[in-house]
Design a protein around this ligand. Sequence first.
Ligand code: UDP
Ligand code: MG
Length: 308
Amino acid sequence: MELSVIIPIYNEEKIIEELYARLEAACSKITKSFELIFVNDGSKDNSFIRLIELCNTHEYAHYINLSRNFGHQIAVTAGLDISKGKRVVIIDGDLQDPPELIPELNNKMDEGFEVVYARRRSRKGESFFKKITAKFFYKTLRSITQVDIPLDTGDFRMIDRKVVEALKRMPEKNKFLRGQISWIGFKQSAVLFDRDERKFGKSGYPLSKMLKFAMDGITGFSDKPLALVTRMGLWVSLISFLVILYALYSHFLLERTITGWTSMIISSMFIGGIQLLSIGIIGEYISRINTNVQNRPLYIIESTDLAS
Ligand code: UDP
Ligand code: MG
């Protein structure tokens, strides 16, 4: 098997035909030995029925049907685990990532790279809010981690089998594939493209999922937030110590005790806020330790036409 393409599918029934046709055309330009692995991530529409029809009539199409919705990153991981290609492409199933770019990614790989990611030159049909929060997030992430996570890049990329095997050895349950692939290293390069609008349906990444994904990225690759808690604690302690000295001085030496509700309420609210924030940050790490210690399987496959 020369090439595997992994396509996570969540409520994409209307475009599966077009998606398949464009993927087949693109991959045929590279090799005749390829597999298109559609991972149905608990779609609520008829995506799975469409996939079965597709797989029954087209030799390159294969499916993995997960037992429920596990999320995009896990769906892709399921595909990676089962794929056999010497090279593997990860691509979105909503046609925002143009399949026609795959031969270009492949040419770049031939120049001797193990990872070629598709970097967005432009981004159509995405809300201002999404673009601005994404930009802020990746800037922050880059500044607090050692891992060189490329900007304007999603998961659309081609990777070598070596990278897939390395990914399989990273057993964390909170997947942040773009960070993991950067962490793995090897020679990496980029190809520019214009990202299309979503053809049909709506994004499967509402704000709540985006926030969780962002926290997975941060906690998975940086301990800086924990160091921040320590530093905040030190500063607050220092300030409190000075205030205590002043309070004692004014009570005993000046014999003037300030009768103040304002100062009391400000200080207790301030400390309360800092404490809750700190506990929250620590909690984000602990909940991920918990998930990893439970060591449940990452996903459950209900059915597939591929041998694992
Ligand atoms: N997806 C998935 N599981 C989910 C959400 C999304 O497999 O829980 C798939 C979806 O079908 C698409 C890809 O992941 O192929 C990217 O999702 P989406 O387009 O919703 O994200 P966005 O482009 O808005 O960031
Ligand atoms: Mg999309």
